[in-house]
Design a protein around this ligand. Structure first.
Ligand code: DGL
Length: 293
């Protein structure tokens, strides 16, 4: 079956979403790998961080975001948020038939790269505590020790464009300590916000770790899935990016502009998403009614 057939033309956008601006690290890789594709990036910064939200809330909110992106004509969805993947990817795939490509903490490649037999993983509290992560580790990294570091507050730094300086470095140093005092030689950035802190992380760890973050692997997976579904864009360049944020545009604009590196762009506001609208599928309705967003 071709999941894109009859739904969206090949020049339809790929919808990419994150709890905020972190997923721009994934947008950047997709744009580089697929320069002819139109991209619609949705930053849910008005509701970030997701890292301390309940699993029910994350499932309900991300279902709304996916429906919104589909209403804009997106031909595929990229979950550019590890927390959303861990808590909601299976749920979203069960409720939407469009191709959904989801980033996840790169413990598998990190375990394969490690020579010391020990890797460290920085991620949100929700990701660190998830059974999804536990399953990933049991399946792909059972032979290595995994130092798991929950980093509350770090995504908020990136949301505020605080990428370096004494305050951020102090916080990062605290989070890096368990990794630095272990045998870890490989560090997984298990939150899409963290690649924007990479220069600070590298400075503070003095090059001690090989750093793994899977945004290019996600971009390759997007290409494979679109090709398999028959809806890969036909152009080899000239794709456009549109940015939408649930934060006030005046606040979102300078941050998305800085992190995207685009000289000219405009951030559009996300309309209020109604929890009772028609995309609250019957089987999801009970969840939606219990969760206030
Ligand atoms: N960027 C998100 C991730 O990859 C999470 C940040 C947040 O807590 O909202 O997990």
């Amino acid at each position: 079956m071709n999941p894109c057939a009859g739904r969206a033309p090949s020049n339809a956008p790929i919808g990419i979403f994150d709890s905020g601006v972190g997923g721009l690290s994934v947008w950047r890789s997709i744009r580089q790998a697929l320069p002819g594709e139109n991209l619609l990036y949705l930053a849910d910064s008005g509701y970030a961080p997701y890292g301390d939200r309940s699993p029910d809330w994350i499932r309900a909110r991300t279902a709304q975001l996916v429906q919104f992106l589909l209403d804009q004509g997106c031909k595929a969805i990229v979950i550019a948020c590890n927390t959303a993947t861990m808590l909601a990817a299976a749920y979203l795939r069960a409720h939407f038939s469009v191709p959904i490509i989801a980033i996840e903490p790169a413990v598998k490649p990190a375990a394969a790269l490690s020579r010391s037999g020990c890797i460290a993983l920085m991620a949100t509290r929700r990701t660190i505590e998830s059974t999804g992560l536990q399953n990933l580790i049991s399946q792909h990294a059972a032979q290595v020790q995994v130092v798991r570091i929950a980093c509350p507050g770090l995504a908020e730094r990136v949301e505020a464009l605080q990428l370096d300086g004494p305050d951020v470095e102090h916080e990062l140093h605290r989070y890096l300590k368990p990794a630095l005092s272990s045998r870890a030689d490989t560090l997984v950035l298990g939150c899409t916000h963290y690649p924007f802190l990479r220069p600070s992380i590298e400075r503070l760890s003095a090059g001690r770790f090989q750093i793994v973050e899977p945004s290019f692997a996600v971009a390759s997976q997007v290409r494979r899935r679109l090709h398999a579904a028959g809806c890969l864009g036909v152009r080899s360049a000239g794709g456009h990016s549109v940015f939408i944020s649930s934060a006030p545009p005046a606040q979102a604009q300078p941050i998305i502009q800085a992190l995207s590196g685009l000289p000219r762009m405009t951030v559009q506001p996300l309309p209020t998403l109604d929890t009772d609208s028609s995309y609250a599928l019957p089987c999801a309705r009970s969840t939606f009614s219990q969760v206030s967003i």
